[in-house]
Design a protein around this ligand. Sequence first.
Ligand code: HEC
Length: 117
Amino acid sequence: MKYNLTLIVILALLFISCSKDKAAAEIIPISNVCDSINPVSFMNDVEPILLASCYGCHSATVPVFSDYSSVFAVKDDILKAIQHDPSFSAMPQNGSKLADSLINEVQCWIESGAPNN
Ligand code: HEC
């Protein structure tokens, strides 16, 4: 009987700790980067940024990107590199970090499904 009680307490503690984990995992991260930005166009917004700061090297440097489909293929790496995420090489190489407004446009374009628009 004593053993059963201990077991019940252990199981109860396990259950409580697991349900706490679950509650923590259910918190949805809120990204509001697109809230203040009008729909972003690849042709009119994103590509001019990349043309001015990236294509000069990356039409020949790996990762190679110089048009919609090649940008689409590495879009997540591009975002991390311009955000200066520590696990990626900071881009533009040897240049200053892009303005936050430009980085936000790239992020918003990706979050909108990276359309070819
Ligand atoms: C002066 C040349 C140059 C410019 C300008 C440049 N890059 Fe790069 N980039 C490189 C080189 C060289 C590498 C490969 C070596 C490295 O990772 O540092 C690279 C690597 C990368 C990588 C892979 C990083 C990784 O850690 O896997 C990405 C993504 C990238 N660049 C995106 C960009 C973007 C976006 C821009 C424009 C904002 C840009 N680059 C501008 C030269 C450049």
